[in-house]
Design a protein around this ligand. Structure first.
Ligand SMILES: *[C@@H]1O[C@H](CO)[C@@H](O)[C@H](O)[C@H]1NC(C)=O
Ligand SMILES: *[C@@H]1O[C@H](CO)[C@@H](O)[C@H](O)[C@H]1NC(C)=O
Ligand SMILES: *[C@@H]1O[C@H](CO)[C@@H](O)[C@H](O)[C@H]1NC(C)=O
Ligand SMILES: *[C@@H]1O[C@H](CO)[C@@H](O)[C@H](O)[C@H]1NC(C)=O
Ligand SMILES: *[C@@H]1O[C@H](CO)[C@@H](O)[C@H](O)[C@H]1NC(C)=O
Ligand SMILES: *[C@@H]1O[C@H](CO)[C@@H](O)[C@H](O)[C@H]1NC(C)=O
Ligand SMILES: *[C@@H]1O[C@H](CO)[C@@H](O)[C@H](O)[C@H]1NC(C)=O
Length: 858
């Protein structure tokens, strides 16, 4: 518990001086006096358990410095800004002290009896205190019967001559002597430690044995009769000769884990004067019962024949961060018990069948971050215990085999396709490759026993399918983030890709450019609990789009305009931030639901904001009032009279039509004349409304010539003063430099009507289709008939139905066709004009009235 508390406070300790915040207070058990300009120990109550005095200017500590604090367990006196003098029995009044931290304080004078009277002291931190050899030689640590951890790193110690009293320190487990200046350690110096078992001894970064020539016949074995669980001799500049001599010298001492990182063994790439380790380098460790050997961070270029031959008990071998480029035959000979082999971050370019020969028990091979471009097909075949193979971040373009092992990591390669071979696995990671054909996904979804499949950041975008979907009873998690499923789905293909995944629990489809969900695509996912559709381009969710038993939905970062809260009935949590809510009355049901629902809504309320209308842009949905949006009862009674009226009109209209078809051209001209006599000037009579434009004319730029001649010249005021409409179209009215989508949105929302001229070109133009979708979403949002669709040219029903958004429109609403007969053009233009002029019958009193921001909410 003390350690834990200490850890917690360590964070405070690290952060507070950096922030320049001084905190000088006492809260019952902890006295926190960091950076408090103290020159002496403050008076604290006798209940104090932790006393933190780092970053002050305390100069001396004597017995009288501390009151009697029986409860004190942790004292931090590190990093004093002035040199520290510690007198005899300075901490005697703290009899129960467990942890004493003086790290980072320059200790000018330390009395040999300074630490006397601390029978319970378990951890003594004396790192970076400017201490010399004397601290070890002169018995400073006598009688510290509970001392377990001694940290003497970063001092000026040059000799490891230990005082005989070390022999009595029966609790001692770990000694850190790294970053001192100890050139040599011999048997007689460490004699007091003989017979002990230490869990950790660090002699790292001392230039040990590398700066002086060592006569090992005199020096003998420094660790004689010791058991070291971990010995760290990293960063001492050991080449092959020093390592060999050292291994031979410590013959027989038990060292379970040898850490020898940051060495200089090996010639690296392009040098040859330095040697790679060979059969003799580690031979002396044969009787050390070594289980782990870490020789990462060096320059080994080639793994020689039988280099680890004597390490028969070794279970973990770490060769990461060397320059290994070749593996000799039988390099791993003798490693009969090896379980984990780490060759990550090396320079391997290819793997051969014989590379891992002899590793009968290897379970985990880590080959990340090499340059492996090719692998012989039987390389892993005979490794019967292999469980995990990590080949991430290599250069594989093709692969002709996949081993049937439980866990395969192949992310960060350049795979375009997968071999079509029988395979079983539990976990497959293939992120950041170049897979593009969904056929590979169908293949992977059939892998028996597969539970987790990760395919983020590939290029799945089309579907040339050989595999049919089939029942997969094991798959639980499927990651498909950052692919291009939209492209496959919008072509109408692979809508059944999730069929058969009846046990899938989690599905990630983030960033797939989705602007629609194929009907029923999630229908079979009856076990799905979590679905992420984050960062797509969905504008609407339809009933039935979401899987029936979904609990958690992330649909943030889409373009939902006015979601229907009924869709979220099964959820227990969701994230719907950063959508494009339209704050008009249609949203009130959602706003209301949001306010009272008891499902967990992730994300900050400020991230759920209105996008339109402009006056409310950016306002949080939580500060929007829905007052005045209630349905009017009168509406129902109106409906019937409306029905009667429409029926009568329609009958009359049909009769007239029969008469007119024959002489329609003449009739129309006479009609126009009569009209102009009756109503002198129709333009004046028109009331202005809140829209900037009468209509936004949306067409493919390839049709511009035609549109100009056929429509603009007869309708737009800027073309002729006889015309009456203020039209908006891209070529003239879009703000140059502005985001195209923003321009489209703006045009859609600032025009009374949107006229889409659907031609062959239109159907091939992504922007046009996008604009159509926006217009349609506006119709959904304000339930109006703002969208007028005019079909131009000989497009069949089939052509129109191919596009989802247009299909939706065609099924529900009428559209116009550009007349084929020239005599009908005038009539058509007039009809179009009427459509543009037509105001919606107000269904609801407020349907176009904006919601209001409630400003009182702070
Ligand atoms: C410590 O002294 C400095 C300057 O002498 C002063 O700015 C700072 O406020 C003092 N801190 C405390 C906690 O008294
Ligand atoms: C702490 O000091 C008070 C008097 O100041 C004394 O009554 C009490 O017994 C002391 N508690 C301990 C734990 O020493
Ligand atoms: C290693 O030991 C051999 C034989 O004792 C000696 O000749 C050689 O100088 C030693 N090498 C190093 C680097 O200590
Ligand atoms: C290690 O010691 C054993 C016996 O103590 C001896 O047989 C063996 O040759 C020694 N090995 C080396 C490399 O010195
Ligand atoms: C291999 O070493 C690298 C680098 O130190 C490390 O990131 C990775 O986790 C190690 N692999 C295993 C299996 O321990
Ligand atoms: C949210 O609910 C509270 C009561 O639960 C109500 O006072 C408040 O007006 C509601 N806000 C909105 C925007 O509906
Ligand atoms: C809130 O949760 C309870 C059960 O936890 C449920 O019975 C109730 O229907 C929920 N209310 C709403 C509005 O979802």
């Amino acid at each position: 518990m003390g350690d834990c508390l200490d850890l917690l406070l360590g964070v405070v300790l690290l952060t507070s001086p950096a922030l320049g915040i001084s905190s000088c207070f006492f809260d019952g058990w902890t006295a926190l006096y960091l950076s408090c300009n103290l020159t002496q120990v403050p008076q604290v109550p006798n209940t104090t358990k932790s006393l933190l005095l780092s970053f002050n200017s305390i100069r001396t500590v004597t017995t009288a410095s501390f009151p009697f604090l029986e409860q004190l367990q942790l004292l931090e006196l590190g990093t004093q800004f002035t040199p520290l003098t510690i007198y005899r029995e300075a901490f005697r009044n703290l009899p129960n002290l467990r942890i004493l931290d003086l790290g980072g304080s320059r200790i000018d004078f330390l009395h040999p009896d300074a630490f006397q009277g601390l029978p319970h002291l378990a951890e003594l931190r004396l790192f970076f205190c400017g201490l010399s050899d004397a601290v070890l030689k002169d018995g400073y640590f006598r009688n510290l019967a509970s001392l377990t951890h001694l940290d003497l790193s970063k001092n000026q110690i040059q000799s490891l001559y230990l005082h005989p009293s070390f022999r009595e320190l029966n609790s001692l487990k770990s000694i850190d002597l790294s970053l001192n200046k100890i050139p040599i350690v011999c048997e007689h110096e460490l004699k007091p430690l003989q017979g002990k078992t230490l869990s950790f001894l660090s002699l790292a970064d001392n230039h040990l044995y590398s700066k002086v020539s060592v006569d090992w016949r005199k020096c003998l074995n420094p660790f004689r009769n010791m058991v070291l669980e971990t010995l760290d001799v990293s960063g001492n500049g050991w080449g092959v000769d020093v390592t060999r001599n050292f291994s031979n010298a410590i013959n027989g001492s038990q060292i379970f884990s040898l850490v020898l990182t940051h060495h200089i063994m090996g010639p690296s790439f392009g040098f040859s004067n330095l040697k790679d380790p060979d059969q003799h380098t580690f031979a002396g460790l044969a009787r050390s019962s070594m289980i782990q050997l870490d020789i990462s961070h060096g320059y080994i270029f080639s793994l020689n024949f039988q280099v680890f031959e004597t390490l028969q008990e070794l279970k973990v071998l770490n060769l990461a961060y060397n320059k290994i480029n070749s593996i000799s035959r039988n390099a791993f000979y003798g490693l009969d018990n090896l379980q984990v082999l780490n060759i990550s971050h090396n320079l391997l370019g290819e793997l051969y069948n014989y590379d891992f020969d002899g590793l009968h028990k290897v379970a985990y091979i880590d080959l990340q971050k090499n340059h492996i471009g090719i692998i012989q097909d039987r390389t892993f075949k005979f490794l019967r215990k292999l469980n995990t193979l990590d080949l991430r971040d290599n250069a594989l373009k093709t692969i002709y085999f996949l081993p049937s092992i439980p866990n395969i990591f192949l992310g960060g390669n350049k795979l375009v396709t997968l071999p079509d071979i029988p395979l079983t696995a539990n976990f497959i990671q293939l992120s950041e490759n170049r897979l593009e054909n969904l056929n590979d996904l169908y293949f992977l979804l059939q892998v028996p026993h597969l539970q987790i499949l990760i395919l983020n950041q590939n290029r799945f975008s089309f579907c040339h399918q050989n595999h049919a979907p089939s029942e997969n009873p094991s798959l639980e998690k499927l990651f498909l983030e950052e692919n291009m499923l939209q492209l496959a789905w919008e072509a109408g293909s692979c809508w059944d890709v999730f069929k058969g995944l009846s046990h899938l629990q989690l599905l990630y489809l983030n960033k797939n450019y989705l602007n629609f969900l194929p009907p029923g695509v999630f229908h079979h996912l009856t076990a799905l609990r979590g679905l992420s559709l984050k960062d797509n381009r969905l504008t609407v969710l339809y009933p039935g789009d979401l899987p029936a038993n979904l609990e958690i939905l992330d649909i943030s970062g889409n373009q939902l305009l006015s979601p229907d809260p009924d869709l979220f009935a099964s959820l227990s949590a969701m994230d719907i931030t950063h959508n494009k809510f339209i704050c008009e009355c249609e949203l009130s049901a959602f706003i209301h639901w949001l306010n009272q629902t008891n499902i967990t809504i992730y994300g900050s309320p400020a991230d759920m904001y209105c996008m339109y209308p402009n006056s409310l842009a950016g306002v949080s949905l939580h500060s929007i009032s829905t007052e005045g949006c209630e349905e009017e009862e009168v509406l129902d009674s109106l409906k019937f009279s409306l029905f009667v009226l429409v029926t009568v009109t329609l009958t009359l209209f049909l009769v007239v039509i029969l008469m007119v078809t024959k002489f329609r051209g003449f009739c129309f001209i006479y009609y126009k004349k009569a009209q102009s006599l009756l109503f002198k000037d129709p333009i004046k009579g028109r009331e202005s409304d809140m829209y900037k434009y009468d209509a936004y004319l949306c067409f493919s730029s390839k049709d511009f010539e035609w549109v100009q001649n056929a429509l603009l010249k007869h309708l737009d005021v800027q073309y002729s003063s006889q015309n009456r409409f203020n039209l908006c179209f891209e070529e003239r009215d879009f703000m140059p430099g502005e985001n195209h989508i923003a321009n489209i949105q703006d045009a859609v929302w600032s025009s009374r009507k949107i006229v889409c001229l659907v031609s062959r070109h239109f159907l091939r133009d992504g922007w046009c289709l996008e604009a159509f979708s926006y217009a349609q979403s506006r119709c959904l949002a304000d339930l109006s008939g703002a969208l007028i669709m005019v079909v131009v040219g000989s497009l069949s029903q089939f052509h129109l139905m191919k596009h989802r958004s247009i299909r939706g429109f065609v099924q529900k609403r009428q559209y116009l066709r550009w007349p084929e007969d020239l005599q009908d053009v005038d009539w058509f233009l007039n009809k179009l004009s009427q459509c543009i002029l037509k105001k919606e019958k107000k269904r609801k009193k407020d349907s176009t009235i904006q919601l209001q921001s409630v400003t009182t909410i702070s």
